[in-house]
Design a protein around this ligand. Structure first.
Ligand code: SF4
Length: 351
């Protein structure tokens, strides 16, 4: 297992990994509960040295899957610049980083969102947008560090549309400037509620692949995905999707599998097909809530938290998640193979 870290001053830049094959990546990342495409850690001046240390440990380890990574420790470690300076970035065939250029800032207030409260970790932050110089360094380094002919950028949030279209025009401009003959691709994860003609036109013109977050039909989506006023968001998401379709933007869907929609697998699956989603990701949610906020003001606590806590009411039950996938698989394998793609099935079948 190889890994690389791109040293960066980015406070809100995601960072990390890569094996040579998707199979090896999945084998490594699955025990960590992360996607087979790589994983991210929030990089801050506090976290950067720790991220580099993780990379160094992974380089040394023949059995990297045994590593455990405590995300919240990463975010709260003290800086160790000497360590950071001692590790040189490697050039690798290819890897994925997920960038979060607006940090945890979002226009919604999804009840299960693990990320919104992470704002508490940086109380003095006035602006969450990744600064221009950091953005430029990130794009340049990310391209330089890979020998692959195609470079895949992934932009996430919070909600990246809050940065405005011009921010992403600048991104595309920088990507072109530093492409050095490589093909550049962009993926963009959004809750869809702020999409309009301008956004959709930009995304289509620059061939962004859009991941739309939607948890199923209205009643299963709106039970947790609400806005700051606790109002449903389903209608706004569908409006956003209509803009994507109108402009011919390529999209796929990401659905959180929670306590409620997990009981309606075929309803969710068929609904997504009817929407026109041909590539689906299902992400199970299991979160523990502390009885009282931890010293950083966080309630959704990590696995090593030892004080009193309970599993949140929206967490999917393990057996129900299994049933959810099995029911969808049975329908998919009979009718939909090669027409619809379900990420977790692809990974399972590939390994
Ligand atoms: S849209 Fe995403 S980032 Fe925003 S509140 Fe919902 S889960 Fe969190």
């Amino acid at each position: 297992m190889k890994c690389a870290v791109i040293p960066s001053e980015a406070r809100n830049l995601a960072l990390v990994f890569l094996g040579r094959s998707a199979q090896r990546r999945a084998r490594f990342l699955a025990p960590l509960g992360m996607t087979p495409h790589g994983f991210w850690v929030p990089v801050s001046r506090y976290a950067r040295a720790t991220a580099l240390e993780i990379a160094a440990r992974a380089r040394r380890s023949r059995h990297a899957r045994r590593m455990t990574i405590d995300m919240e420790n990463i975010a709260t470690q003290t800086d160790r610049p000497a360590l950071a300076e001692s590790i040189e970035p490697q050039r690798l065939p290819g890897f994925h980083i997920m960038a979060k250029p607006v940090g945890p800032i979002c226009n919604l207030n999804c009840r299960y969102c693990f990320y919104l409260e992470k704002e508490n970790l940086y109380p003095a932050t006035a602006s969450w947008a990744m600064p221009d110089d950091v953005l430029e360094s990130y794009i340049r380094q990310y391209i330089e560090a890979q020998e692959a002919p195609t470079i895949n950028f992934a932009w996430q949030g919070g909600e990246p549309t809050l940065l405005g279209v011009d921010y992403f025009r600048r991104i595309v401009e920088l990507e072109k400037r530093y492409a050095d003959g490589k093909r550049i691709e962009n993926a963009f994860q959004t809750n869809g509620t702020l999409l309009d003609d301008t956004w959709a036109d930009f995304l289509a013109a620059n061939r962004f692949l859009v991941g739309l977050s939607i948890d199923g039909p209205a009643e299963l989506h709106d039970c947790y995905r609400v806005n700051k006023g606790e109002q449903p968001t389903f209608g706004a998401v569908l409006r956003g999707l209509e803009y994507l379709k109108k402009h011919g933007v390529e999209f796929n869907t990401l659905s959180v599998v929670h306590r409620r929609n997990s009981r309606h697998p075929l309803e969710v699956y068929r609904f997504l097909k009817d929407l026109g989603s041909t590539y689906m990701q299902f992400i199970p949610i299991v979160e523990r809530m502390a009885k009282a906020p931890d010293p950083h003001g966080l309630v959704l606590i990590g696995p090593r938290y030892e004080a009193e806590a309970e599993v949140s009411e929206w967490s999917v039950e393990p057996s129900q998640f299994g049933k959810f996938l099995c029911e969808i698989f049975d329908e998919w394998v009979r009718r939909d193979v090669a027409r619809y793609f379900v990420q977790v099935f692809d990974v399972a079948l590939e390994s």
